[in-house]
Design a protein around this ligand. Structure first.
Ligand code: GAP
Length: 452
């Protein structure tokens, strides 16, 4: 097996329709990517796996899908207006701009000049006008993280469900950051998706819950096909902690470009609810929050034994969908020698993540009987609701196998002339390339077992 590089992944993604540079036909925009036919299925499957584990399989969480456009008041109170910055430097020689903390030897990566300006803070939030008059008086931010609207909806969700502490609110959605130097394919982009859970707990129980979530999240990534040895738990240095965090553990992954953060699990204490609550003086808020004279709602819960009201602490597992996609693609990508002269690329994805679950291939594309039977099998398997099944009616079995190996389709079903005689199809397994005959009658059961 040959070592894979980021270029291998980028090339596969473009060739097989996982990812394209956004606005490509107009020259592209840096830091933006579009998910193609295979990419959208794969990404949806990953998000679904997260939702299943964070919402459906638990009895202490609820879901949310909040708006992306956010009031400046929310992002003032969260600290983003004042502190969500990266240090920006200009190169005086070639006029390029860089993130000061990512430079080697304080040198411009483009022209190698050392004639750089002093770093100045650059706010990463995108702004847009709200309403028909764009005079700067009414604007909103595109949210830089999905969680802030979870905090602002805390009371709505408490009041509309029967939840009590501890409980969590999960959300998956887009976030936007005007990164100075987006790079490494979809690792650092300007528009991306996050999967975030805000888990509200009683102060004092937060350390244990934090440990619980770190372990739970590592196990989940392993279930998605990431090798344990490629994941690392890194406790963020106290000096590097975000302003809201008492403790953060990053789950780092060995990406093709190096080891970097895949997910962060932060103990955000009572910072967020404390900062967004009305009547802050009524509560013993432990973190250093900004005074709030705009909020209309108290974001507190009552301790039923002691009858006092308090602001819960929050544990936040926050994962990047796009980084997850990149990490899993990297794990699954393999180049294999089939024999002395032939090799193949195969994506050994876990079957629940595969964009296509099965391909049905009639041996001859113009044979009506074979094609009709294939269509019927496709339709029956599709109705089982386990994901996308496709009919491949190009008549070239070898090319179809190669394509489906590269997009990670777990099984290919070939309908041939024997099928017309004995009502069985050839099932080819992606990983072993072994083939077996399965009767059409038993196909649904076989298929269901395969994917469970
Ligand atoms: N609410 C906490 C928060 O947003 P973060 O560490 O800034 O924390 C969480 O982001 C996750 O979002 C990261 O671990 C990463 O997976 C993803 N992420 C952050 N910035 C990103 C970017 N520019 N491009 C792609 N993914 C990003």
């Amino acid at each position: 097996m040959v070592a894979k590089t980021m270029e291998d992944l980028v090339s596969l993604c473009k060739r097989r329709g996982f990812l394209f540079q956004s606005n490509d036909i107009y020259g592209g925009i840096k830091g933006l990517y579009d998910y193609g036919p295979m990419g959208v299925e794969f990404k949806n499957n990953l998000k679904q796996a997260w939702w299943k584990s964070m919402v459906y399989e638990r009895d202490d969480t609820e879901g949310l899908d909040a708006s992306i456009l956010s009031s400046p008041k929310v992002l003032k109170q969260s600290g983003h207006e004042d502190t969500f910055t990266d240090p920006l430097v200009d190169c005086r020689s070639c006029k390029s701009r860089w993130r000061a903390d990512q430079l080697d030897n304080n040198q411009c990566p483009q022209c190698k000049s050392k004639d750089l300006t002093k770093p100045r803070p650059f706010n990463l939030m995108f702004k847009t006008a709200i309403g028909p008059v764009d005079d700067g008086s009414s604007f909103a931010y595109l949210r830089p993280e999905t969680c802030q609207q979870i905090f602002t909806n805390f009371k709505n969700i408490l009041d509309s469900t029967s939840r009590s502490i501890p409980f969590g609110i999960a959300q998956i959605g887009k976030a936007f950051r005007n990164e100075i130097t987006p790079r490494n394919f979809i690792f650092r982009v300007r528009e991306f998706e996050q999967m975030e859970l805000e888990f509200f707990v009683q102060p004092g129980t937060d350390d244990d819950w934090h440990k619980y979530w770190v372990n739970k999240r590592i196990d989940w990534w392993i279930e998605q096909g990431i090798k344990k040895e490629n994941l690392k738990k890194i406790e963020v240095d106290e000096k590097e902690l975000a302003h809201y965090s008492k403790k953060t553990v990053d789950i780092n992954y060995l990406f093709p470009h190096g080891e970097e953060e895949l997910e962060g699990i932060a103990n955000r204490t009572d910072f967020d609810l404390g900062s967004h609550t009305k009547n802050q003086h009524e509560f013993q808020i432990r973190s250093n929050v900004m005074k709030n004279s705009d909020s209309t709602t108290k974001l507190a819960v009552q301790n039923l034994e002691e009858k006092n009201w308090y602001i819960p602490y929050v544990i936040e597992p926050s994962a990047g969908v796009d980084r997850g996609v990149l990490a899993i693609l990297n794990e699954a990508y393999q180049e294999e020698d089939i024999d002395k002269d032939n090799k193949r690329i195969v994506l050994s994805l876990k079957s629940h993540l595969s964009p296509i679950k099965a391909a049905i291939i009639p041996l001859k594309k113009n044979n009506e009987q074979l094609v009709n039977l294939s269509k019927e099998i496709k339709s029956n398997l599709q109705k089982l609701g386990l994901g996308r099944v496709v009919l491949e009616n190009s008549g070239n079995i070898g090319k179809n196998y190669r394509r489906h190996d590269e997009i990670g389709t777990p099984i290919c079903l070939t309908v041939d002339f024997q099928t017309l005689e004995d009502k069985s199809v050839t099932v080819r397994d992606r990983d072993t390339m072994k083939q077996e005959r399965v009767s059409i009658e038993k196909l649904s059961e076989y298929y269901k077992k395969y994917f469970n």
